[in-house]
Design a protein around this ligand. Structure first.
Ligand code: SAM
Length: 252
């Protein structure tokens, strides 16, 4: 079952009402203060992603399925790059605009409503693409990877953080995760220098977050309740998937 933009809109609207959920995620994942994440990428993992992107001042990063823009804005702050964020949730995009202004990064940050498979950006218009914990939502997935390649300049880098099933027939896992196979899908989309790496330490940080969420009293906080529901859904099949970092280059 795919999640619609309206469902994500509701999720983001709840989240803005819940500093507690953001605080939990920031503390357990070790994120820099002020980074608004709606994924499971830890602070240590972000450092690796920044190194892989190797952005220089003035270059352009597309943060695809950017949510509230947290990771892209942090990378822009560290590297001096510009960030363009695209997400199909208009509520998330509005929150990303606000966050960019609060962080004094509005001049180097633009956010727009768009699809994983159709960003609305020009061909060869960005230096790097980052997709944090979102590619599994694309329908179809190869179309999203082709869109990444289309918007990248020749030689530009794509960095994807995601999950893959250890066994594609494991019905405990959602079909969207069982369809992920980046070592095959990135070359099919025309990328070269493809590397897909297992990240057990990232996985451990994720598990710590789910366990910490379940140890708390959510009270009447809908965002905390929704983090707990996700934890209850994910933990029983946790051993059935792996956390991956995928990197690749658009051919010159
Ligand atoms: C798990 S969140 C990750 C958000 C952000 N990358 C982060 O790490 O904080 C997944 C994001 O994918 C977006 N998304 C899901 N399906 C999408 C689609 N078809 N096109 C664009 N964005 C989509 C959702 O709105 C949501 O913001």
């Amino acid at each position: 079952m795919e999640l619609s933009a309206a469902e994500f809109d509701r999720w983001y609207a709840e989240r803005v009402e819940s500093p507690a959920a953001d605080e939990l995620v920031r503390r357990v994942l070790g994120l820099p203060p002020g980074l608004q994440s709606t994924s499971l990428l830890s602070g240590a993992a972000l450092d690796e992603v920044v190194a892989e992107l190797a952005l220089r001042e003035g270059q352009v990063l597309l943060d695809l399925a950017c949510g509230r823009g947290g990771y892209g804005l942090e990378i822009a702050r560290r590297s001096g790059a510009r960030v363009v964020g695209v997400d199909f949730s208009a509520v998330a995009i509005e929150q990303a605009h606000r966050r960019a202004r609060e962080l004094g990064l509005a001049e180097r940050a633009g956010f727009r409503v768009g699809e994983l498979t159709g960003t609305g950006l020009g061909a060869a218009s960005v230096d790097a693409v980052l997709v944090v914990d979102s590619l599994q939502f694309a329908e179809p997935k190869p179309a999203a990877l082709r869109e990444c390649r289309r918007v990248l300049r020749p030689g530009g880098r794509v960095v994807v953080t995601c999950w893959e099933a250890l066994d594609a027939a494991d019905e405990r896992l959602p079909p969207r995760m069982r369809e992920m196979d980046l070592a095959r899908q990135l070359p099919s989309a025309g990328f070269v220098d493809v590397e897909v790496t297992d990240k057990p330490a990232w996985r451990a940080a994720e598990k710590a977050l789910w366990e910490a969420a379940l140890s708390l009293d959510a009270g009447g906080d809908p965002a905390m309740q929704s983090v707990q529901e996700e934890a209850r859904r994910i933990l029983p099949a946790f051993g059935g998937s792996r956390r991956v970092l995928a990197t690749a280059t658009a051919p010159r």
